[in-house]
Design a protein around this ligand. Structure first.
Ligand code: FO1
Length: 322
């Protein structure tokens, strides 16, 4: 089964890791959020791309979910000792990634090509694509003004109340080479348990992606369990925007894009409301505490994917019969 996963953040990377264990490399393409990317200390940093690649390569920091395992902080400590910025932590191993990516980008290589080279070096076999080769930074609109994403997320620890989001330059951006063909060839598209506002929406904002998705079987895995997020500010964002945070709010957020939804067992009371939105719903334990959980959740997600694919095939043959 050919699968495209749209992903951002640690939850997305964990599910993608589970999917990669069940699918052959040519069956899985991961399209990754680039809205978090930014320049820091003169380096071009792509947190979500790195989180997905490090996780698939088995070299991600198991405690934070981002950055590298077995990290040391010598460069960062000496930077801070000299009065440099201390709010964004770059480990020594991780720095190598940013140095080499920045060098290649400055030499004119597009981000998708750099990512392909890094994946080959790290032994990452599924296809990993940035959503675009152009820069489309997420801007967080808050009661304290408009903040660049990492300024809001890390420097201000998501404290300012959000009022909305925008994706600078999205209208002029194009999907990276390979993104649209992968979506058009996909049997199922999975919206990972990533933040809908700042991980998935920035991907959907790139012209052409929503059009390619239309008509594909699409399912989302809830990033909200029992009204709260496992990691990150998605639930806080819903509340600040005046929407009660829940799996149902996530399903409504994606609206008619969705055919299926993976709901956590603790939210069983939302099963019928989700069904009445016309969705195929699979209820399971969605919390990914360890690798076994990632594999188990991925298996359940793929089962729902098969169900959606079968339904789509049945509908197609019904239409042909008419
Ligand atoms: N997140 C933090 O909360 N604090 C950090 O100092 C930090 C550094 C960092 C360095 C490299 C990297 O790839 C990610 C890093 N992150 C850090 C995570 C990142 O800012 C966010 O998790 C993502 O942008 C949200 O998906």
């Amino acid at each position: 089964m050919k699968v495209v996963a749209l992903a951002g953040g640690v939850g997305g990377a964990k599910l993608v890791d589970g999917l990669a264990a069940h699918l052959s490399p040519d069956e899985l393409c991961v399209v990754v959020n680039i809205g978090d990317d930014f320049e820091h200390l003169g380096l071009y940093i792509c947190p979500d791309l790195d989180t997905v690649c490090y996780t698939l390569a088995g070299i991600a920091n198991p405690e934070t979910g981002w950055g590298r395992a077995d990290e040391t902080w010598n460069a960062f400590d000496s930077l801070v000792a000299l009065g440099g910025p201390d709010w964004f932590h770059l480990g020594d191993r991780d720095l190598g990634t940013h140095l080499e990516r920045t060098r290649r980008l400055r030499a004119g290589e597009p981000l998708s090509q750099v990512t392909r080279a890094f994946c080959a070096a790290w032994g990452v076999r599924p296809t990993v694509l940035p959503a675009s080769d152009q820069r489309v930074p997420t801007l967080v609109h808050t009661e304290e003004g408009v903040l660049p994403f990492q300024e809001y997320f890390v420097h201000r620890a998501c404290q300012p109340k959000v009022t909305g989001f925008s994706f600078a330059g999205a209208a002029q951006a194009r999907p990276a080479p390979g993104v649209l063909p992968a979506i058009l060839a996909a049997d199922v598209v999975i919206l990972c348990p990533s933040n809908p506002w700042v991980s998935i929406d920035p991907i959907l904002a790139i012209p052409g992606i929503c059009q390619a998705l239309a008509g594909r079987p699409i399912l989302a895995v809830t990033p909200i369990i029992g009204g709260i997020t496992v990691k990150g500010p998605a639930a806080k964002m819903y509340a600040e925007l005046g929407i009660q945070p829940s799996a149902l709010a996530v399903a409504r957020h994606y609206g008619s894009l969705l055919d299926g939804f993976v709901l956590d067992v603790v939210d069983a009371e939302l099963y019928e409301p989700l069904r009445s939105l016309g969705l195929q719903v699979l209820m399971t334990d969605t919390l990914m505490r360890d690798r076994a959980d990632r594999l188990r959740l991925a298996e359940a997600v793929l089962q729902l994917g098969e169900r959606l694919l079968n339904l789509a095939t049945c509908n197609e043959s019904d239409e042909k019969a008419v």
